[in-house]
Design a protein around this ligand. Structure first.
Ligand SMILES: Cc1cc2nc3c(=O)[nH]c(=O)nc-3n(C[C@H](O)[C@H](O)[C@H](O)COP(=O)(O)OP(=O)(O)OC[C@H]3O[C@@H](n4cnc5c(N)ncnc54)[C@H](O)[C@@H]3O)c2cc1C
Length: 308
């Protein structure tokens, strides 16, 4: 029986979930929705039709419902037992991209790469770095994603969020306390749109930047692997990959989980790994790094769900 997470364990989900226009599905495997391609099922997967449908859901959901917003799943490790509650996944109704004055206004489900390419095609500069980040705009804002010396916070104008009671708000970067791979968002909120500052640029220059970033990425990272990107954040005054390398963890394996040979802060599912193998490998790396350096590596990858 499908049940509401935590407290209402005897309630049937179908009886208590709001009658939305979007789609519910039950028991969908989340491995198909994450880059690692591991993880058990979501009790409920909810795909809202549009912003007002999402607002209706959040306003009328049971008050003790657990829910999680999954973007493109490029920074998430879902455990093998799956997620007890509702996983919300934004889709087509959240993917519009428009130009308004000097801002690119983007639905949260748009992929970072699509946004960078859109800007390039419209002769707009400022968001080229997004081309190599394989997530969605919602995930990019939530994680303050960045690379090649740019971060989302450098170019963000504002975001629109729906709070856990279904109310729509516009927030500005100073209200999000954005720092290295982190934004402080109201608990339970869903980012639905974001606007980025862009300037008119020279098409050749923009194209050149994009090509350069793509090439740099290809040279240094296993871009086609089943991975979650950087496993750990860089500690203050240190690089996670250097610590991992020094601790002898480059290429280390547990089952089919492996620390990449090419970029040793990337963890890989080399084929058939479980979330448990990946998580145990990450914890082992943390222990080994602590032993040689006294530094505590902090997971950058978001881990959700329960063990099998
Ligand atoms: C090959 C590879 C390379 C990578 N390179 C980089 C890099 O260079 N720089 C970098 O910063 N990251 C990198 N990453 C990590 C990842 O791509 C980014 O963190 C990305 O921004 C995550 O976006 P996502 O849509 O996949 O979010 P998910 O992984 O699905 O979720 C990440 C977090 O964001 C939250 N979230 C997602 N969407 C929303 C929303 N609409 N509203 C509220 N919360 C939301 C989720 O709840 C979760 O907490 C890489 C990953 C891979 C696989």
């Amino acid at each position: 029986m499908v049940t509401v997470a935590k407290k209402n364990v005897d309630l049937n989900f179908q009886d208590v979930l709001p009658a939305v226009r979007g789609r519910y599905s039950f028991g969908t495997l989340l491995s198909g929705l994450t880059w690692f391609q591991v993880g058990g099922p979501a009790e409920v997967l909810y795909k809202p039709e549009d912003v007002s449908d999402l607002q209706y859901f959040l306003k009328n959901k049971p008050s003790d419902l657990s829910y999680f917003l999954l973007g493109a799943g490029s920074n998430v490790l879902v455990r093998d037992g799956g997620y007890d509650g509702v996983v919300i996944k934004l889709g087509r109704g959240f993917s519009e991209i428009t130009v308004q004055d000097n801002e690119l206004v983007v639905g949260a489900a748009s992929l970072d790469r699509t946004v960078a390419m859109f800007a390039m095609q419209h002769g707009m500069s400022g968001v080229e770095f997004l081309v190599t980040i394989p997530g969605s705009i919602g995930g990019a804002v939530a994680m303050n994603a960045g690379c090649y010396e740019f971060e989302v916070k450098d170019v963000l104008s504002w975001v629109e969020i729906v709070d856990d009671q279904g109310m729509l708000h516009k927030l500005f970067p100073h209200e999000l306390n954005m720092s290295y791979r982190k934004s402080v968002l109201p608990i339970g909120c869903v980012i639905v749109r974001a606007a980025f500052k862009v300037t008119e640029g020279d098409a050749v220059g923009i194209q050149h930047n994009i090509q350069r970033y793509l090439q740099l990425r290809e040279e240094s990272q296993p871009t086609k692997g089943r991975t979650g990107g950087s496993t750990f954040k860089n500690p203050d005054h240190a690089k996670a990959w250097e610590l991992i390398d020094k601790a002898g963890c480059r290429g280390m394996e547990i089952g089919a989980a492996k620390m990449s040979d090419k970029h040793c802060n990337f963890m890989l599912n080399t084929g058939g790994a479980t979330a448990d193998e990946l998580e145990r490998l990450g914890e082992l790396v943390r222990q080994k790094v602590k032993k040689i350096s006294e530094k505590e590596l902090e997971w950058e990858i978001i881990r959700i769900g329960r063990a099998a």
